[in-house]
Design a protein around this ligand. Sequence first.
Ligand SMILES: Cc1ncc(COP(=O)(O)O)c(C=O)c1O
Length: 391
Amino acid sequence: MSANNVSTFDVFTEKNKNEFYVVDLRSDTISRPTLKMRQAMAQAIVGDDVYGEDPTVNELEKISAEIFQKEAALFVPSGTMANLLSVMVHCSRRGTEAIVGDLSHAFLYEQGGASHIAGVHIRTIKNEKNGTFSLEEFKQKIRSYDQHEPITALVIVENTHNMCGGKVIPLEWIEELSKICKENQIIMHMDGARIFNAIEALKVTPDKIAKHFSSLCFCLSKGLSAPVGSILVGSESFIKEARRLRKALGGGMRQVGILAAAGLVALKEIVPQLSEHHRRTYKLAKAIDNLKSSNIQVDLATVQTNILLIHITNKRILASDLAKRLVEVSNKEKTAGVCDDNGRGIIVKVSSRDWEFARAVIYHDISDTDIDLSIKKFNYVIQEFDELFPR
Ligand SMILES: Cc1ncc(COP(=O)(O)O)c(C=O)c1O
């Protein structure tokens, strides 16, 4: 379906971008470094990090290990590399397997690197809506050292869970999983790309989550607004091995204190602001919920952090139809007052891919004004869909 026949549309292009007010909610990876980060980057004291001689990287690694009460940490270029390194180290024995959620980033969006680079067998387990999986099913999936089967060595837990809509993994569930893993000698890794959002939502100290995991990674470049980088934390021996393998993957960087400097600022400046990101996400969710649309809905009770899933409940509408309409500005909507104080039409960018929902993500650059204008746009567009598809 396309709502194109409603009236004439203007569409955002590079040429006419100043004519619109654009709110980009596709992902928190869009976040840009703050002024403080840029200043810190310019002034960073640096050295060759492959030699272990970059003081700023060393400081970031030390602080990160302390935050999660682990022995050591490693700065890596991306979350994908952090997850891959953890698989490579924990599953170094040939013929091992890692269990991962079927909606996890490590399974869906990392090119199957665990298999094609690390040579590790990946076995999926169905993710529940809250980002967990059935512990009964998990127990059944653990192999019994049968000579026909791979050896179950690792489980990866994503927290917060991206594709489940920024869901915070409950601590009690982690504790139960940890018991099962101990009994069966299975190592636990946490893909904590957005772990600080989970920590903020749970109001716990980071170690309360990390203590159950042999390794954990988090991203500086998503909700924390730094330009590049992720951190892997774990034991001395784990990090030593990961550091070695990072070099093999081409992740040995040199005067990278320039980037680590932004990471240090991110931890100090942005982490305390995450509750605001969550508040703004909830505000947008509530406004959409208030519309009581028969076609486009949110599950308000499950909005926990900075990711909002906007469900399309009518099979005749695709999430991409909603995403496409949100980046169009009709003459009719401008006449109806859907514009900013300067009379510019509002464009809201969301992600949709092939999903049954559109995803909106809130981060540091998204202000209260951005949220208010996004609400105006969503209100108009959702009502337009409801008129086109009465139910
Ligand atoms: C949960 C999760 N893990 C890992 C990654 C990978 O991070 P990167 O893009 O830095 O490789 C992402 C990226 O969006 C993610 O959402």
